[in-house]
Structure formats: structure tokens, C-alpha cells
Design a protein around this ligand. Sequence first.
Ligand code: ISL
Ligand code: CA
Length: 588
Amino acid sequence: MISDSAEQSHVDTPEASDVWWKSAVVYQVYPRSFQDSNGDGIGDVRGILQRVDYLAELGVDVVWLSPIYRSPQDDNGYDISDYQDIDPTFGTLEDVDELIEALHERGIKLVMDLVVNHTSDEHPWFAESRSSVDNPKRDWYWWRPAREGMEPGTPGAEPTNWGSVFSGPAWEYDETTGEYYLHLFSRKQPDLNWENPEVRQAVYAMMRWWLDRRIDGFRMDVINLISKHVRPDGSLPDVPAEDGLYGSAFAATVNGPRLHEFLQEIHREVYEGRRDGLLLVGETPGATVEDGKLLTDPARHELDMVFTFEHVSLDHGPAGRFDVVPLDLRDLKATLGRWQTGLEQAGWNALYWNNHDQPRVVSRYGDDGAYRRESAMMLAIVLHLHRGTPYVYQGEELGMTNAYFTSLDEYRDIESLRFAASERQRGQLNDEELLSWLAAGSRDNARTPMQWDATPQAGFTTGQPWIDVNPHHDTINAAAEVADPDSVFHLYRRLIALRHEDPVVQRGDFHLLLPDDPHIYAFTRTWGDEQLLVLGNFSGTEQTVPVGPDWDQAALVIGNYPASPATGGGQIVLRAWEGLVLRRAPIR
Ligand code: ISL
Ligand code: CA
């Protein structure tokens, strides 16, 4: 029987109560795939403008825009060549001003993506830096000579054995000056040297410039990589490299020694006097709960919340993100549970299943076949009832599925294409295996065009889309979902409204139940004398859950089946992929 000892919950701290984003929901737009307005097959800012009423109807409070800055698009905009201009593919600064206005008129804030761990190699800063060893901007990036006694440009001659996230070495040899520059991502994404105060001041000036344009905050890309583990003599350490020449660079770049100092400096230099009303969320691969506490404790003036990667790495096999293995629900509950309780006293969680780097959750942790709607809704209920700020990635509110591309030439993502190229070289996987690995783990699963309707290109474009539209758009699309009151879309709308109205959802204590149950995700949220019970069935079969007599008379707050579940006798029978929330008050 479920007995929840967490009776009376903690009293609200003034700090906690007045923070707007604790009852907010954020919607992530991936501009390239959201809405095209000029028929070139690529989404753009005027396309987003066409859809602001859709976002208002969904009820979201914030829109986070993935990068739209001037960029050669080597990594779809996460390689910026001018931070203070918009790439013509996406539109103009005037279009963005209009979008900010249109969203603000609807009570929706706009958060921009801040990509300052690296720039594009076509950014003027890097053009100067690579021009000569004594250029004033040489030290704005990480330049090092070849490894002692090694022939420059040959494998293994790199200054350290760091591997790039996108396969291959993280150092690129540059003939011009006969030295290597560091790039943790693609060679067209050289890392900025945050040790250099000039670099930091240039970034702060750019951030202030955008805040002056009335944006409402930043999503900070791989922000916990900006402080490299550089030794006092300026040298950089090698990393463990189990299989081969290069090892994961994260070991020498994650949560570096000056990270907190830099984040606190950003606070002083950029936000001082205009902190209220802003949202600052950090993307922090490799961050632990302990890091999360330090990074999001309001008393430390660093970030409001962080994206942890632990719960989206549980199905990664030994060979990484493309080597997908089945999820063990107990691992998922334990991981999210640790972050819930770990940040309970101080700090705050950013809650997400999806973004532009992750496969679609209904295909990954749900059932995108017979129970696509039910599992999509169950996953939403479970996530949105956690303590934290939920993020909805475009199309998630429709239950969009993975792409299921059947040929390599359908892929566009640099990480996937470079992985395919290096695997082909290694020859471990035959083409069929390679395609199945990509189909399971590729970021392109999240990047197929938004499915607005059942017309040939899903209403996304009148032209040829830059990436194929998912064929399921004939049945899975916004028009159909908005028209059907029992749809995934309307369940998201109800969940967002619940977070706006209900203090238990906003701030209630989290208490995980049935941690060892392999099929049921169960927890309570308690606030004052009110308590919610949240149940999610992660299986396609009926599950009887012993909830105890206290819940026999409880009220159903939200569920993903039209008819209420069979309750009574201290147990609830959950149907396949059923998700629900019960309320009992006052708890005695
Ligand atoms: O998830 C990842 C590890 O496999 C990567 O896909 C991802 O690159 C990493 O999580 C960091 O992501 C962010 O920075 C990258 C960019 O490619 C991603 O789109 C962005 O979200 C470099 O800017
Ligand atoms: Ca366009």
C-alpha cells in the first residue's frame, strides 16, 4: 500500500513564492522546422509570427528560440558569425522586434539562445585570431602547437587527445600559423577562451544589447563547458581514451574551475538592475545534482535552472547515443527523483523530455504505435507534475513521433552524418545496422517539419522542405489535434492551465513511490494540507496499483482516458499507458 509519510510540507520561502517562472511553461521553437513563410522550405521568423495565436491558445508563458543569428549553418545556427544580426534565411532584426511585440502583447516572453562556448569560424573575431600568432585576438580562442616531437597535422599530433562531440579530434591544424585550434563541436565551431577578460566583456556587451531589445532571457548553450581545466602553466590535460586515439573532451571541460566565477560575473555585468522578469536556463551536459544545486541556488546568483542530461542518457548503450538500449523505468524514476529531492531546498529543475537534440519521447520512452496518444499524454502528465519548469518542444504537444528515415541521404544533422562517416570508416556496422542506429538516436528525429495539417508538406511550406516531412502528418497534425477536445494538444493545454492555477503543482513537495516497480511511475506532491497522487503506466498492459484506502474517494484532476479508472479497495487499475492525477484534501 502506498503510505506517504510526507505529511505537512515545508513553508514557502519569500524568495521561492515570488518567482514567476515557477508557475510558467516554456515552448521551444526550432525555427528551421517550425513555419516557413516564403516558400524556400526553411522555417523563418515571419513564419513564427503566423503562429503566435496557436502558442497563445496552448497557453505557454515563454518561447525559447533556437539560434536565428547570422550563421553558415554548419550546425544549424549553433555556429554564429554575427551575434547582433539575424541570418537572412530566418529574416531581419525588424522581424524579431515584431515577434517580440506580438508575443508580449499575448503575455508571452521571448528567450534567445546564447551560444558563447564557441563561435563560427567565419566570425570576424576568429578571422582575426587565425590571421597571425601575434594578432590582438589570438588569445580569444585556444591555440596550441603540435604535441612535442609529433609531425603537425598527423593523427595523434594534436595538443591533447580530446575528441570532438561530433566525432574525430577536437583540435584542427591551421596551416596559416602552423598551430591547432580547439573545437569541442565541429571544426567550424572554434571554442572561445573565457580565461581572456576581453572575450567575456565582448559577450556581456552583446547580451546587454539583446536585453535592450526587450528579450526576456537566455537559454545558455553548453554553458558549463566555458571554463576549461587549464593548468597554471597554460597547458591542457589529456583525458582517458579507452578505445583509440581520442577520449571524451567533457572530462577536461565540464564544470571547470572558474565556471561559477564566470556565471556570477555575468550576473553582475549583465543583469544587475534588470534581473526581475528574466529567465536564465543553462544547458549543462555532465552536470550532477550537486552541480545543479550550486548552479541554481538563487542565493548564488548564477542560473535559474539547468537542463540535466542524465534522464536522456539512460538508453545510451556503450557506444553512445546511437547505440540505443531499452530503458529501465526504475533508472528513470531514480534519476529524476534524485534531481527532485536534491534541488528541493535550494535550486530549481528545468523539466523536459524533448528538444532539438533528442529523439521524440513518445517513440523513445512511450509507444508510438497502437498507444501513441495514450503514451504521449501519460508522459506529459508525469513530466508536468514534477516540481520544476516544464519545457514543451515543438510538435511534442501533438504527439509527433521519430522520423524513421530509411536512407542516409535523408539525414541533415552534422552529428549524425559525421557519426555515419566515422562508422563507415571503422566498418563495424553494415549499412542496415547503421541506418537503424541513426533512426533510433539521431537528432534529426526532432527536426522534421512541424505538422500543421494533412496537406502534402504538412502546412509547413509551399516549397520543398529542407528535411523530409514525417509521413504520419496525415493523421498527426495541429489542425486535427486542435479540433479534437480529447487530443494530446488539449491535454497539454489543460496541464499548462493546471500549473498556472494550482500551488500544489507549482511548489508541492515531491515524494517518489514504488521505486522498484518496473512498470509504474508513482509519486505524490504535497502542499499544505493538499496532496496529489500522480500515476503513469509505462506498459501496454493493465497494472493494478495498491494506492491504499486514502485515495478511494479522491477526485480525478486529469487523465488520458475518457472514463475514470477503476478505483476502490485501496487500489487503482491502470489501463495500458494510462496516466492520471488524483487530489485528496485535507490530508489528515
Ligand atoms: O546531446 C549531445 C551529445 O550527443 C549533443 O547532441 C549536443 O551537442 C550537446 O548536447 C550540446 O548541445 C548544444 O550544443 C551543440 C549544438 O549542436 C546543440 O544543438 C546544442 O543544443 C553545440 O552548440
Ligand atoms: Ca523560409
